[in-house]
Structures are given as structure tokens and as C-alpha cells.
Design a protein. Sequence first.
Length: 254
Amino acid sequence: MRTLPLSREKIRAEVQALGPWFHNLDLAGVKTAPDHFLGDYPAVKWRRFEQSLPADLTGKSVLDIGCNAGFYSIEMKRRGAARVLGIDSDPDYLAQARFAAEVCEANIELRQMSVYQVGEIGETFDVVLFMGVLYHLRHPLLALDLIHAHVARDLLVFQSMQRGSADVMETAENYDFWQTDPFDRPDYPRLHFVEKRYAGDPTNWWIPNRAAAEAMLRSAGFTIVDHPEDEVYLCRRAGAPSPDPLPNTVPEAL
């Protein structure tokens, strides 16, 4: 462990060595991704919904799934969270998060694991962050089911890129086999499948429209209580979906 504080020159050198960065963090005046194509991301998005989260997380536990370089994990510690666990499947992102947490003097625990492995954590959390992950998954609804079954105790903060209609139709409880018209409506819940690449990224697999994002959250057992930003939802954990959507075991390939 280095002795803090580091000089700005050493921080800048380490940022360069750990790059490229997707999170544009401000590490003692050094920006990690100053030329980000989305601007000052994710701070620019955070400012649009931060007021919807509890300002005081004293005594609370937080799980940040797909934590990347740790922007949201650090913000949760700044709000007083007693424990923050960030997980990501990418070791390069975790190395960035460790360095960022060190510079920010944020006591964050980090583990390399995927969302499909959350059952291995063996505990639930007051707040679960699931930001910008869904569309990178080949099995998105399974991920939401696993979060509900294993780690979400109360609040889920969810964000997903969306494409297609922003309108939401009120679907019927059931449709006759021969009734096909609803599926032609742009506001019917739908996931757009990306067979090859989107935005040059081969891990972009499914992009929901707004209706699909909301329907998937409900289907996985979450009640939407706030929609403070176009892509962000605050949800409360409700009862388990019925019938139980989870298999007895998750395939090892996941």
C-alpha cells in the first residue's frame, strides 16, 4: 500500500499505465478519460439522478455490480455507506478501481466475478447498483433473477441503455395465439438483439426499449418506485416471481 497522498505526476503516470479508462474520474485533479465520447461520464449521468438516492447511507451495505473503475462505489462511500463491495468480471477495470479508491481514500472491497456468480457472495445488501450491465449480457433476465434471489435486500438502482420507442403500452394479461397485432407496436416490450456489434462493442447483446426495461424489472420481482432519469430506475425488492424462474443450478458456462 502506498503512502498517501501521491503526487499529481505519479497519479497521472499511473492513470496512463492503467488505461484506457471508461469512467472519467477526477483523481486529485487528474482526469482519467477527459476525451470520453459521452462527455464527463458517468458524472454527467449521476448528476441527473443522485438526488433520488438517500443522501445518508450510514450503516448501509452496497453492492456495485459491474463496478468498472469504481465511480459509483466511491460515491456510495462518500454518502457514508458502511460497506461497499464492487464486482466486475474485467481485471483491468478492477485494477483501475483499486487505484481510484486508493487515491480517494475510499475503503472499498473489490472482487473479480460476474453477475451470474452473485449467489456465491452469500449475503444480501441494502442497496444494489446494476448500472450499464444488462445490455452486455447474453442472459439478461437470468441476471435480474439472480440479483433478486441472492443479493437484493431492499433497493435496486438499475440503468440500461435503451433504443426504440420511449412509449410504454399497457399490455393485456393474456393474448390469444392468433392475436399478433400487439407485437407490431413500437411500444410493446421488446429487446433488440445485436448479433454482431453495436458501437464497435462485441459485448453489446440486447438493447431494450423502455417498455421492455420496465417489464423485465417487474418480471424479476422488483417494484419501480422512481424513474428519475431516462435510463435509470429505483426499485424495491418485492415478492419472488411465480413460478420460480431459476433452475436448480446455473450452467457452469455462465
